[in-house]
Ligand binder design. Structure first.
Ligand SMILES: Nc1nc2c(c(=O)[nH]1)N[C@H]1C(S)=C(S)[C@@H](COP(=O)(O)O)O[C@H]1N2
Ligand SMILES: [Mo]
Length: 340
């Protein structure tokens, strides 16, 4: 099915943060609160120029925004793993500042909940990321199903914190401390066969907990992504379990998501349930929907505009600062050789 409404289809894989903050402010003024934001998208557009500064969430909202998906109290084996030691090899440019946790946690793309970035965190509160297993299968000698404790404590798996830039195709960006481990550490556990040329990721499909799946049946659920095996084995590709020193909140993709910092954000799938090693290049969710706009490789590249907007510069969420986009999102030294 390719039946896109202009509100929800790929044609709106871009919204404006200023507009979203202004809409929040507007609703607060009316005493409606953010929960009443459903269906008020059009109203928000009209007041776009009417109000000034972004407002901060209340203390109750902030607590919900930051709430970890996994409660470490129920995982005594993991309690000592957070916050993980920081790996200083991976850091931001000296002048960069980490994005505030509540900003990163309340401006999310996670279409299984909603396409409204400011409402994902609230709708995700009902999502249950524990218990969870990831199945790793396909072209490998030791396929397996691993639960939350097993993944964190596998031989060869070393949890650490890295500060990465994260760049959405919509030309916004943030600077984030992720907790996790190199994806290659998990893949080595299952011993890939030489036939494994690509790695495919399949994510949660729980319509009863994910209203966006029910409300948007024209998308090819569940969300799926893929990398070449050499991309997946690159030390930058990170299996992420946490953010800001704690297990991932639901809206960021609890309990396990990928981060591939040199590619546009949609190449970093959330709430992964299955990883498949395969021979042929798989299709991806966004490639299925609009191959010209979201091609398989999708490396960050300032010289290649999206068909509907420029990628030459990017807006830092929270501060609104605009800066030039860097090739491979600033990670050329680690990955440019993969594409020569
Ligand atoms: N399962 C799933 N993963 C997903 C998405 C999604 O809609 N569903 N959106 C992607 C996009 S477009 C972006 S920019 C990032 C956003 O991650 P964040 O909300 O943690 O910043 O998640 C990516 N992973
Ligand atoms: Mo994105």
């Amino acid at each position: 099915m390719r039946n896109f409404s202009h509100k929800t289809g790929p044609a709106t894989h871009i919204t404006d943060e200023t507009q979203y903050h202004n809409r929040r402010k507007f609703l607060k003024t009316l005493g409606l609160g953010t929960i009443a934001a459903a269906g008020m998208f059009t109203v928000g557009k009209h007041i776009r120029n009417a109000s000034a500064a972004p407002d901060a969430p209340s203390a109750t909202e902030a607590a919900a925004i930051l709430r970890p998906g996994i409660d470490l109290a129920g995982h005594p084996k993991l309690a000592g793993l957070y916050p993980a030691n920081r790996n200083m090899l991976y850091r931001l440019p000296a002048d960069a500042k980490l994005t505030e946790a509540v900003i990163a946690g309340s401006y999310n793309n996670f279409y299984e909940f909603t396409t409204d970035k400011d409402r994902v965190w609230r709708l995700a509160q009902q999502f249950e990321p524990d218990p969870w297993t990831i199945e790793v299968t396909g072209q490998c000698n030791r396929p397996g199903k691993f639960d939350i404790d097993a993944i964190h404590t596998m031989p060869g798996v070393q949890l650490e914190e890295r500060h990465y830039r994260f760049r959405c195709v919509e030309a916004w960006t943030m600077d984030v401390p992720w907790t996790g481990f190199e994806l290659n550490q998990l893949l080595k556990q299952v011993d890939p066969k030489p036939d494994a040329k690509y790695v495919r990721f399949i994510t949660a499909n729980k319509p009863e907990q994910m209203p966006g799946i029910k409300n948007q049946p024209w998308y090819p659920w569940p969300y799926f992504e893929a990398l070449r095996i050499d991309e997946a084995m690159n030390p930058l590709a990170m299996m992420v379990t946490g953010i800001y020193g704690k297990p991932l909140p639901r809206q960021h993709g609890a309990p396990f998501r990928l981060i591939v910092p040199w590619k546009y954000g949609y190449k970093s799938p959330k709430s992964i349930v299955k990883i498949e090693l395969v021979r042929e290049r798989p299709k991806t969710f966004w490639e299925t929907l609009a191959p010209d706009e979201y091609p398989f490789l999708s490396n960050v590249d300032p010289t290649v505009p999206h068909p509907r907007w420029s990628q030459a510069s990017e807006r830092v969420i929270g501060t609104g600062e605009r800066r030039p986009t860097l090739p491979y999102n600033g990670y050329a030294q680690y990955v440019a050789h993969l594409y020569q």
